[in-house]
Ligand binder design. Structure first.
Ligand code: GLN
Length: 205
């Protein structure tokens, strides 16, 4: 069966592995460039994006970019979405217009979105809310678990919205790159991971 990696530096590694295994996928933990060999997809976990980016410095960022250019599909959840974004802004309070320092992107810059870190507020901003799925995803609302989540504040023209919460995009796709502001690995619902497996299958992985 298909082999998918889970970046195993920080965050909900086990939960992503469990979700993928339930879908019948083989999983490998990724800590260094050679672990990317032979993967069809890679999941970038939640955690703390600044820490993740620092831990990825030893050649892993470049190796992931190379593998992606050669076909590797990527899914980032929460901090993983921040790693994928082209533009990251800091935002301390909910509802505030993103201000402050523009970072040079999340590190990989493969997904043309602007995200505001902690965009739902820093302290009280962990919550569960129903997430409406858009085609090709469908069915009942998805149970969205948001933990100091990034808010997606702008989308490039190639980026499609896969899910919304209160009318705002919370999961997006551009080709073989998926970004998700919430944590699908913390619920039993496998539709987001299932869609990622579909995407990498059609991408030729
Ligand atoms: N707030 C974290 C960050 O900015 C992300 C939180 C998460 O991944 N649950 O990196």
């Amino acid at each position: 069966s298909r082999l998918i990696g889970v970046l195993a530096l920080q965050g909900s590694v086990q939960e992503h592995e469990a979700a993928l295994r339930r879908l019948g996928v083989q999983v490998r933990r990724v800590r260094e460039p050679r672990d990317l060999e032979g993967l069809a997809g890679l999941v970038l976990t939640g955690g703390e994006s600044t820490t993740l980016r620092r831990l990825m410095r030893d050649g892993l960022t470049d190796a992931i970019l190379q593998a992606h250019a050669a076909g590797l599909a990527l899914m980032g959840t929460c901090a993983g979405l921040i790693l994928l974004a082209t533009t990251v802004v800091e935002q301390a309070e909910p509802g505030q217009v993103p201000a402050g320092r523009d970072e040079a992107g999340g590190g990989l810059r493969l997904l043309d979105v602007t995200v505001a870190r902690n965009g739902y507020g820093r302290q009280t901003a962990s919550f569960e809310a129903p997430v409406v799925l858009h085609p090709p995803l469908d069915g009942e609302p998805f149970p969205g678990v948001f933990i100091r989540a990034p808010r997606i504040v702008a989308l490039g023209p190639q980026v499609r919205t896969l899910a919304t919460c209160d009318g705002q995009p919370v999961a997006v796709q551009s080709g073989r790159v998926l970004g998700c502001a919430f944590h699908p690995e913390l619920t039993e619902d496998l539709r987001v991971h299932g869609y990622f497996v579909e995407v990498l299958a059609t991408a030729g992985g």
